[in-house]
Design a protein. Structure first.
Length: 482
């Protein structure tokens, strides 16, 4: 028998770290080859990792919720193979992962091209023995166990005499939170309670005689630091505060920036300060589009898909790309080249409980209206379930974001990195509109197109947006342009 350690592999994004989301096995479980053992979160996707060996789980080396580097061992499995057998190969190969994402790749996930490196986040918890070794020495009194106090104090100099026994709590200096010379008086049961609640005794304000930290002090401090509802938000509508820490006065909650929110922030900052954005706007009458949507909802072929104005807008974008292919491009800074794409991978911005993701429909230009409707439905349901894979978000060419679903008229969208255009589709409202020389109530919306001005001049942006608008104003035009 031999013990194998499975290193965290690069799942095909070129990242250097990932978060352990959920273990699917426990110590003592028997696992088979390719059995899912853990779910990890990397960038904007959740990925299930299979076991490369059959055997018994002897140790889980990383806790749920921690972030570990690629190549770091995360699980220990005892197999029947003798030491040095070929079963060592998967682990050895995974340990060769380089910082550039060119190392080992988990079977079933291709190596991503051009993916950026990961960022340092919270490290996995140190082994218990190491933590114990680093724990500061404490002095304890010699009175009866019910009255004995433990005192935290700075380590004495090597030549200093042994610490004196504490007989009277009043002779000790009261705790002063935040001081480098803090001495904390507390009975052993209170210290155990603080440890169980994750409370640092040095930060607790003592109210007992002589500066003793009491049980009530620890409980009050823990309750004050626990996540709580804020006066400005409904109690049942703030799941994003669950992982945060509330200030003692209850006026602030601090939540670590991680996962999707962190990656989205990085991408948006990089895009905003790399590509010079220009946004053009157009207000249009989409009454005919609304009539088409109503007819399609009654069509037997579209009975199993959701038909919305967004579907028509997406089709209009594809038709306009065919007329203005220059907008379907990207800027390669390293090679100093413009890359014109002969395909359209249409990105759909999707708001999910985990944050904003932008998966794209591969080769969307080859789909008819029904095929496009099915693709959008699959893409959005997968994104909201948190199952979008890295490949689904790679190599996008142009994106649409439906801000109108939230009642917003329009906005100035930020480009998805690596793309030259993004269209914001605003809310559709009944408004007065001049139609055939008369003022009538019509369905009206606003479009906003942001482009990378390095690639797209103002004229091209205006012409492209005008063609999208023409199809939305009269969807029959798509029969001629298609």
């Amino acid at each position: 028998m031999t013990t194998q350690r499975f290193p965290l592999p690069d799942v095909g994004e070129g990242l250097t770290e990932a978060e352990i989301v959920e273990w699917r096995v426990a110590v003592g479980d028997t696992v088979a080859v390719n059995q899912v053992i853990v779910e990890i979160e990397s960038a904007k996707s959740l990925v299930e990792l299979p076991s490369p060996w059959a055997g018994t789980v002897t140790a889980l080396l990383a806790e749920e919720g921690t972030t570990v580097d690629v190549g770091t061992a995360i699980i220990e499995i005892t197999t029947d193979a003798p030491a040095g057998a070929p079963s060592d190969a998967p682990a050895a190969a995974a340990e060769e992962t380089s910082g550039e994402g060119s190392g080992s790749v988990l079977v079933g996930y291709g190596t991503g091209e051009g993916a950026g490196g990961g960022r340092r986040r919270r490290r996995a918890a140190a082994p218990a023995a190491e933590v114990e070794a680093k724990r500061p020495t404490s002095m304890s009194g010699t009175s009866t166990s019910s009255a004995r106090l433990d005192v935290d104090a700075p380590a004495p100099a090597p030549a200093a005499p042994a610490a004196p026994t504490i007989e009277k709590p009043m002779a000790s200096v009261p705790a002063t939170p935040g001081s480098s010379t803090t001495r904390v008086l507390a009975k052993p049961p209170v210290r155990k309670l603080a440890k169980d609640l994750g409370v640092d005794l040095a930060s607790v304000h003592p109210t007992g005689p002589g500066g003793i930290v009491t049980r009530e002090d620890v409980v009050a401090h823990a309750e004050g630091a626990a996540p709580k509802a804020l006066a400005t938000y409904p109690d049942d509508d703030q799941p994003w505060l669950a992982s945060g820490t509330v200030s003692q006065d209850g006026r602030q909650t601090r939540v670590p920036v991680k996962s999707v929110r962190k990656r989205t922030a990085e991408a948006m900052v990089a895009s905003a300060f790399t590509a010079p954005h220009v946004t053009v706007f157009q207000t249009i009458d989409v009454t005919k589009t609304m009539k088409l949507v109503a007819r399609l909802k009654e069509d037997r072929d579209f009975a199993d898909v959701r038909v919305t104005p967004l579907l028509v807008a997406a089709k209009a974008m594809l038709l306009a790309v065919n007329r203005h292919p220059q907008i379907n491009a990207s800027w390669d800074e390293a090679a100093q080249e413009i890359v014109y794409k002969h395909y359209v991978n249409l990105g759909i911005a999707a708001a999910t409980p985990r944050g904003l993701v932008v998966p794209n429909i591969k080769d969307a230009h080859t789909l008819d209206l029904l095929g496009l409707a099915k693709a959008i439905a699959t893409l959005t349901s997968t994104a909201r379930a948190g199952r979008t894979q890295p490949a689904d978000m790679a190599d996008g060419s142009i994106t649409i974001t439906n801000v109108g679903i939230f009642g917003t008229d329009t906005g100035t969208p930020i480009l998805n990195p690596g793309e030259a255009g993004i269209l914001a589709f605003g809310a559709i409202r009944r408004q007065p509109w001049v139609h055939k020389g008369k003022i009538k109530a019509r369905w009206v919306t606003q479009l906003a197109l942001s482009v990378d001005h390095r690639l797209v001049d103002g004229e091209l942006a205006a012409r492209y947006l005008a063609d999208v608008a023409k199809v939305l104003e009269d969807p029959a035009r798509g029969l001629v342009w298609g």
